[in-house]
Design a protein around this ligand. Structure first.
Ligand SMILES: Cc1cc2nc3c(=O)[nH]c(=O)nc-3n(C[C@H](O)[C@H](O)[C@H](O)COP(=O)(O)OP(=O)(O)OC[C@H]3O[C@@H](n4cnc5c(N)ncnc54)[C@H](O)[C@@H]3O)c2cc1C
Length: 394
């Protein structure tokens, strides 16, 4: 049996597996679909860390607390922000090539709710780069066994896990268990008929299993909508138009062409403003009948656009719409579960022997996450949970 069993192959699970193995534990990482399938790989805009000359850990912390409307757990938020700069260095050592300016400095943008430029990017495929680097590091480790297409289907209070693989059931009794199975917005969207940015694995059953054996949860009802989900063309419906568009100057306009919200306000503020604008008759309707407002990327410097959201440009142009010359219809879409399992600063849940990290947990962002802080969270708390679980086993 492994010292540590990790559930989920997103960034949180991969980071936890690496840290547990670094601390001398043997690790089994089991995941529901293919190893590369996760929301982490879909993340585009970037990762926050206080690396700018005018920035500080204190400012990042204040931005997190204010954007969460003071609902974030201050201890967790503090850990998140203070490990930002070292996390960036760790990711670079693993091979993540963050976009740099001509003078060699890291390219950083100001994202919604932030008072400083703090968002590091790898073009607009930041999550793909981070997930790929973490996966390469994990697959190179002899002490980590990967089990794909092996969903967790049952859990007992002593941390015994039942996995299903190839029609067989595997009972695993690890020394410690780390739950890193992500959020549930794909399932929520299926149930409500809304659009979602999430991948197929984001169905939330692992959190439900954990709650059933006594793990305390918080903010279960708090789901985040990405303000600018694509509403048209239909082939892109639900695609998250990166927030970096607004960071580099894109504006939101109603049917009359008027701006109606600070484009870099916290996410919930922007999403609510768009929904209100449409509900009160100032939005537009797409050819397929969806409500929408316009994202106007024409003010963005084309060079910034090519550097910071080339993938988005390619997708839209392929679908027949050029974001740098035409208006894009957008509307909020289900994106992220703010709430989740209660953890301490080392990822311990309220059930002894079970740790958790990433989107499956609650508290780091309170009831409103800032963009870019989830990619940071999965690294910071994945690693903390991995190290703590391994230490508990030894
Ligand atoms: C389109 C999109 C864009 C985003 N952009 C950004 C961004 O720019 N910056 C940012 O900070 N955040 C962004 N986010 C949010 C961020 O990517 C995620 O919140 C974060 O990556 C979640 O990581 P995770 O490891 O917790 O979960 P995931 O990466 O979702 O991984 C969860 C893993 O658990 C597996 N799993 C699920 N159920 C089971 C089960 N029963 N048994 C075993 N395994 C299971 C899944 O298959 C998956 O491998 C974005 C999200 C999306 C969807």
């Amino acid at each position: 049996m492994p010292d540590v069993l990790v559930i989920g192959s997103g960034g949180a699970g991969l980071a936890a597996a690496l840290a547990a193995n670094d601390a001398g534990a043997t690790v089994m990482l089991a995941t529901k679909l293919g190893v590369a399938s996760c929301n982490t790989a879909k993340a585009q805009g970037g990762i926050q860390a206080a690396v700018g000359d005018d920035d500080s850990i204190e400012t990042h912390f204040a931005d997190v607390m204010r954007s969460s409307h003071n609902t974030a757990d201050p201890t967790l938020a503090q850990r998140l922000v203070e490990e930002g700069p070292t996390t960036v260095r760790w990711l670079e050592e693993l091979g993540v090539a963050f976009t740099r300016e001509g003078d060699g400095s890291l390219r950083i943008a100001r994202c919604g709710g932030a008072t400083r430029k703090r968002l590091l990017q790898v073009g607009d495929r930041t999550g793909l780069a981070i997930a790929g680097a973490l996966r390469d590091a994990v697959t190179a480790r002899e002490g980590i066994t990967l089990l794909d297409h092996a969903p967790l289907i049952a859990l007992t209070t002593d941390g015994t896990a039942l996995l299903e693989r190839g029609g067989e059931q595997l009972e695993i009794r690890p020394g410690a268990l780390i739950l890193a199975a992500g959020g549930r917005c794909k399932r929520e969207a299926q149930e409500t008929g809304e659009l979602s940015t999430n991948g197929d694995g984001a169905t939330g059953e692992v959190a439900a299993l954990a709650v059933a054996i006594g793990c305390v949860e918080r903010d279960h009802d708090s789901l985040q909508r990405h303000p600018t989900g694509a509403a048209w063309p239909e082939s892109l419906a639900g695609y998250a138009v990166p927030e970096t568009t607004r960071a580099y100057g894109a504006l939101l306009r109603n049917a009359a062409g008027a701006q109606f919200v600070d484009e870099l306000a916290p996410r919930d503020v922007v999403a609510e403003a768009i929904i209100r604008e449409c509900a009160e008759g100032r939005g537009v309707t797409t050819p397929t009948g969806r409500p929408a407002v316009y994202l106007d990327c024409r003010p963005v410097d084309p060079t910034d656009a090519e550097i910071s959201f080339p993938y988005m440009l390619r997708r839209y142009r392929k679908a027949g719409l050029d974001p740098l010359t035409e208006l894009i219809p957008v509307y909020p879409v289900l994106h992220y579960q703010n709430g989740g399992l209660v953890i301490d600063e080392d990822g311990a849940t309220t059930v002894p022997g079970i740790w958790a990290a990433g989107e499956i947990t609650g508290g780091v962002h309170g009831r409103n996450r800032m963009m870019g802080n989830s990619l940071l969270e999965i690294c910071v708390f994945g690693r903390r949970a991995g190290a703590a679980a391994a230490a508990a086993v030894r």
